[in-house]
Design a protein around this ligand. Structure first.
Ligand SMILES: [Zn+2]
Length: 590
């Protein structure tokens, strides 16, 4: 480990004001002497992350992290101490002379950043200079991307060969093991290494701080006739690595975050060029989801900058129930959601190229609320004249309304829905109440049951196992109310199967469970046994758990039916709908 003199560390600390450094990552609000914000290290809705400028420290009252500017950088950039020192020294313009390079211990994370950075330079140079990249350059200029645009987004090109990147990285003294870990190179079954990306336009994917963590590669030319048998995906991406978690990334966010904060709304598109082309044209409060459904992590990041989201869908994905459902997560997190649906041929990239930025701005301004949008889709799919279908429309809309946190907004939507469906508000309110009590989310459920705040228990299923392991007499009651198929967690399903089928007695249950050769099951049972969860009222908890598991189990069936309904013919759908409304009634009666 490198040793830094106290003098150097002090100088770095003096030049790197903790308030400035941290606000480079998250916006800080001054409250009295301190600055406050939402903690970047744990999920929370109200800010408990505090920065004290005078003492040059930070502390989170929610999760307990804290420290000085070095600890902050170590944590947020995932660096070790020497790396954090170099990182800040560079920012402060201080030259830290180290005896030899080896003194700074090079962690895997730092190596992965380096590999991605080097690869980006390599791909970029290919695109700029290689004669073999001519058609890729043509493709990009056809998309309106000039040299400056290509530079801004570090777009590159992977040559059509098996070891272009591989030999380039090897020249930089990187071990094969590390190169493999980056995911940019793959090992064949005969242990031969080869490039993952070949003959593709390369888009570097950066994290919020602008460091490259992975790549997306796009095919850009029609395949030549003799390639007909080879199926090529339009896009391939880096696999997840220690520095690249897909659910955490919003493409382009490192470029657009300030604009999003300034304009107080964000436009979410799907692909790389859907981001790049509008951004280049001056529409800058934009990010790309890269085609995955929204994750809570992404939403919480966005929420630090704005609560207002406009999502642009192209025609095929827009109507799918799964897509609509995924938007409820945004409402859950307290975001305001609007939707734009483009016509068949358009995506944001082509739209901006064909009609210009102003027109694009116009359609964003005319975005529909999630409520209007969802209702329109449901009306186009289901008929109001068939009672079951009408009930389904009401149920879907009420589930969405249920997620809206503002009571006034909720009431306004109930009124609107009542007018649209010709159903009295009172009836809708009654149905809404049923949904409210039937959908108890896991966290709330557990919080009402347990004293111990640092619990590792995470579901009703786990709690039921904990209760059972303490008191096997409850097993009879479980058997009466549930089937082992009602359990979702595969390990718990295994346990239940064992308990339901074999005759076990209370004394040896824990021991015999631990003796099975299923190691996941072993670990699980040990964890449950080792911990005191502080369950408040065992009898009540037991009944609540059984109810919750039953409801969840029906929900799984409902979701499956939903998918079937959306894919089946009209006649088939009607039968499924009957089953659907029957299950909903059953779920609500539990
Ligand atoms: Zn925290």
């Amino acid at each position: 480990m490198a040793k830094f003199s106290a003098h150097i560390l002090e100088e770095i600390q003096q030049r790197c004001n903790i308030v400035e450094i941290i606000s480079g990552y998250i916006p800080l609000k001054k409250i009295g002497k301190n600055y406050k914000t939402v903690c970047p290290f744990h999920q929370e809705k109200t800010p408990s992350f505090m920065v004290n400028e005078e003492k040059q420290i930070f502390h989170c009252f929610g999760c307990g992290v804290g420290g000085n500017v070095f600890s902050f950088i170590m944590k947020i950039e995932r660096l070790n101490f020497p790396e954090a020192v170099s990182f800040l020294a560079e920012k402060a313009g201080i030259n830290i002379a180290l005896n030899t390079k080896d003194e700074v211990s090079c962690s895997v994370v730092a190596a992965l950043y380096k590999i991605n950075e080097l690869s980006s330079e390599y791909f970029f140079r290919n695109l700029a200079m290689s004669a073999l990249a001519e058609s890729a350059r043509k493709y990009l200029s056809g998309r309106g991307l000039d040299v400056q645009g290509i530079k801004n987004f570090k777009i590159g090109f992977a040559l059509n060969c098996w070891d272009g990147l591989l030999s380039f990285l090897r020249q930089h003294n990187l071990s094969d093991e590390l190169i493999l870990k980056s995911g940019l190179v793959i090992s064949s079954s005969s242990k031969k290494l080869y490039d993952r990306f070949r003959n593709r336009i390369m888009f570097p994917i950066s994290n919020r701080q602008g460091r490259i963590v992975g790549f997306g590669g796009r095919v850009f030319s029609k395949l030549s006739p003799h390639d007909n048998n080879i199926k090529q995906a339009k896009y391939i991406n880096s696999p997840e690595t220690e520095i690249y978690k897909k659910g955490n990334i919003l493409y382009g966010f490192n470029f657009s975050k300030e604009f999003i904060q300034q304009l107080d709304y964000v436009v979410v598109v799907e692909g790389y060029l859907d981001f790049i082309v509008p951004f280049q044209a001056g529409f800058k409060n934009i990010v790309a989801s890269l085609g995955t459904a929204f994750t809570l992590e992404q939403i919480l990041v966005l929420k630090r900058y704005t609560k207002n989201v406009v999502i642009i869908f192209d025609a095929d994905e827009a109507g799918q129930n799964a897509t609509l459902r995924s938007l409820d997560v945004l409402l859950d997190a307290g975001m305001n959601v609007k939707i734009v649906r483009l016509n068949n041929e358009d995506d944001p990239d082509s739209y901006v190229r064909n009609y210009g930025r102003e027109k694009f701005y116009q359609i964003v301004k005319q975005a529909k609320t999630l409520f209007d949008y969802k209702l329109e889709i449901l009306f186009s799919k289901y008929s109001q004249d068939i009672p079951e279908e009408k009930a389904l429309i009401a149920f879907e809309m009420l589930s969405t309304i249920n997620k809206i946190s503002d009571a006034v907004v909720r009431a306004a939507y109930i009124t609107q829905l009542s007018e649209k469906l010709f159903v009295s508000e009172q009836v809708l309110l009654n149905e809404l109440k049923k949904i409210k009590t039937s959908v108890i989310d896991n966290k709330n459920f557990l919080n009402t049951q347990i004293f111990n705040k640092h619990k590792t228990i995470s579901s009703a299923e786990e709690m039921l196992v904990a209760l059972l392991l303490n008191d096997l007499k409850m097993l009879e009651k479980v058997k009466k109310n549930l089937k082992y198929d009602d359990f979702k967690n595969p390990v718990i399903k295994e346990i239940m199967k064992y308990l339901f089928v074999d005759n076990v007695n209370a004394k040896n249950i824990a021991i015999s469970l631990q003796r099975t050769d299923n190691s996941a099951l072993n670990r699980f049972v040990c964890r449950i046994l080792a911990e005191d969860f502080g369950i408040k009222d065992k009898g009540k908890s037991f009944t609540d758990c059984v109810r919750k598991i039953k409801k969840d189990s029906i929900q799984v069936k409902l979701d499956a039916l939903q998918r079937q309904i959306s894919m089946s013919s009209q006649d088939g759908a009607n039968n499924l709908l009957r089953e659907y409304s029957y299950l909903i009634k059953e779920q609500m009666s539990i």
